[in-house]
Structures are given as structure tokens and as C-alpha cells.
Design a binder for this molecule. Structure first.
Ligand SMILES: [Zn+2]
Length: 144
């Protein structure tokens, strides 16, 4: 069944969710506005998508100018990848900018592309079940 396949893939946080971590929207630690967490511009281009979980990161806020750097834990020469999931970004542990309550749970997303995927997923669930009615208030925080 296509629906089950989509749901399984949705819960597979290892490879699937990771592709949205190229850019994460978080609450700025200084001003409380919207900051971005991206792969550090100082490092060479990624060789494969899995490097998104170990690559050096930069948090930057266009609103107040805050900047912070992050690097992974290391064991010898190996970089330890972050664990994905939850309502904080996995690097700086800032609250995600895009989160809202939805049918008793917190619905969260890393960025606009992630929202688009969630929207498609929720739409499929709505067509399937007809009862789930998620709030659309999350979209209010998206830039125009
Ligand atoms: Zn700020």
C-alpha cells in the first residue's frame, strides 16, 4: 500500500529527515527572532548527504547579527553525527522556529521544504482517514 510506504518513510529519521538539515530555522538565542543554522560556509562542499549530520555549522540571525559556530563531537579522527528528532535543532539545541500544536502533539519542521513534505503527508492522511484536522497556524510563521 502506498500510504503505508509513505508513513514508514516519514518515520525513518536516519536518512529521510536528514536531507532537510541543510538549513534549519531556529529561535535566535539573542533576540528571539528567526535565525538560520546552515553548514559552515568555511568548509569544503559536502561529498555525500550523510555529512550533513557531522559537518561544522553556523547559526546566524539576520535580525540582530548573532553568529555562533558548532562542531561535532569527535572520537579520534571520526566525527560523531547528531541525532535527529524533537523540537530543538540537533546542533545548537535551539527551539525550532516552525512548530505548532496539532491534534494533541507538537508538529515541527526544519524549514520550508520540510513543511511542503509534511503538507503532502498530512494531505494524504486526511484523504485516507477524513478525521484528522491539523491546524494551519504553522504557516503563519513562514516568510511571505
Ligand atoms: Zn537574533
Amino acid at each position: 500500500m502506498a500510504e503505508n510506504t509513505a508513513a514508514t518513510r516519514h518515520r525513518d529519521e536516519g536518512g529521510w529527515l536528514g536531507r532537510f538539515t541543510d538549513r534549519l530555522l531556529v529561535v535566535c538565542p539573542r533576540c528571539g527572532g528567526r535565525a538560520s543554522v546552515t553548514v559552515s560556509p568555511d568548509r569544503p562542499p559536502l561529498a555525500y548527504p550523510g555529512q550533513l549530520l557531522v559537518a561544522d555549522r553556523r547559526l546566524s540571525c539576520a535580525g540582530c547579527g548573532a553568529v555562533a559556530e558548532w562542531g561535532p563531537e569527535r572520537v579520534g579522527a571520526a566525527r560523531i553525527g547528531v541525532s535527529l528528532g524533537g523540537t530543538e535543532d540537533p546542533f545548537f539545541h535551539r527551539p525550532l522556529w516552525l512548530q505548532t500544536r496539532c491534534v494533541g502533539e507538537v508538529l515541527w519542521a526544519y524549514n520550508e521544504a520540510h513543511i511542503a513534505e509534511l503538507t503532502a503527508y498530512i494531505g494524504a492522511r486526511l484523504r485516507e482517514r477524513g478525521a484528522l484536522r491539523p491546524t494551519t497556524s504553522m504557516f503563519a510563521r513562514l516568510p511571505a
